[in-house]
Write a protein that binds this ligand. Structure first.
Ligand code: APR
Length: 265
């Protein structure tokens, strides 16, 4: 483990455009369950996963009913408001502050990278703290709409104040297209990075899981995987090397090592 941490830190220091990709695994140490790990929400409740697969179709069929259901049904991830960033999130913020990490692309909707302070952040599957117009793509903070008032006046779904389009939560459901701005910028980052640090994802959900393959298409890229268990990226040799461990334990050690190496040069 020591050698791998040193190698990753050296690679990060030498990189010109390093980016990080993250998944639910980075937030488990903040008390938020992942999906497909040993105690993941889908692992424990396959029916909930099947319901999630039907959500977007239900939204398209009847957005008003979808909103009413959303107000009453608890989130599969539990309440995220109280969740706080853990040492893994904070280490990625530190690496951004040091100018080593140019961008974080996350699948997580929990907003913890934003809470940790990361500025160059792409929330690929959206954020629970935002709403989005499904027509013009504008995003809004939750307090832009008085949901209780809309519910009492039977005026669901909410409409976009700019274009009157239908408002949805910013979180991207299975089968829903990734918003164009995030998809485009993420592809650009995967196309120009010379180091990709992939943390806490099973790497089985597309199109996000195609980003490492886009980067692999170029030789001058180092792909480092940090996860509790191997993934298809490990098995298919997409990643150059794999660090098996907890993000909340390994990432702070990498950030420390990066600072140490920086001091030496
Ligand atoms: N450190 C490192 N790895 C961890 C940790 C940890 N502390 N905790 C869990 N893991 C690993 C798990 O073993 C698993 O391999 O992180 C991975 C998380 O994978 P998933 O649960 O599949 O989460 P993710 O890859 O983010 O899922 C992608 O699927 O359900 C949809 O929209 C949802 O964004 C999500 C997408």
């Amino acid at each position: 483990m020591e050698e791998l941490i040193e190698r990753a830190s050296r690679d990060l220091v030498n990189a010109k455009h390093a980016i990080a990709l993250t998944g639910a695994g980075i937030s488990t140490e903040s008390g938020i369950p992942d999906f497909r790990g040993p105690s993941g929400v889908w692992t424990k409740d396959p029916e909930a996963e099947r319901r999630a697969y039907r959500s977007y179709d239900r939204f398209l069929e009847d957005p008003g009913a979808w909103w009413e259901e959303r107000l009453t049904a608890p989130s599969v991830l539990g309440s995220l408001e109280e969740a706080v960033p853990n040492p893994g999130h904070r280490a990625l913020f530190e690496l951004e502050e040091l100018g080593v990490l140019k961008c974080v692309i996350t699948q997580n909707v929990d907003g913890l990278h934003e809470k940790a302070g990361n500025k160059h952040l792409l929330e690929y599957h959206g954020s629970v703290s935002k709403f989005r117009c499904t027509a013009c793509g504008l995003r809004f903070n939750q307090d832009a709409f008085d949901l209780a008032k809309l519910a009492s006046e039977n005026r669901f779904p909410p409409n976009c104040p700019e274009c009157r389009g239908i408002i949805k939560t910013d979180t991207v459901s299975f089968g829903e297209p990734i918003p164009g701005d995030v998809a485009r910028k993420s592809l650009e980052e995967a196309g120009k990075c010379d180091l990709m640090l992939i943390c806490g994802t099973s790497a089985v959900v597309y199109p996000f899981a195609s980003l490492p393959r886009v980067a692999r298409g170029r030789t001058a890229v180092t792909i480092i995987e940090l996860n509790a268990e191997p993934t298809p990226l490990t098995g298919e040799g997409i990643s150059d090397y794999f660090i098996q461990g907890k993000t909340g334990e390994v990432l702070p050690r990498i950030a420390e090592e990066v600072k140490k190496i920086r001091k030496q040069v």
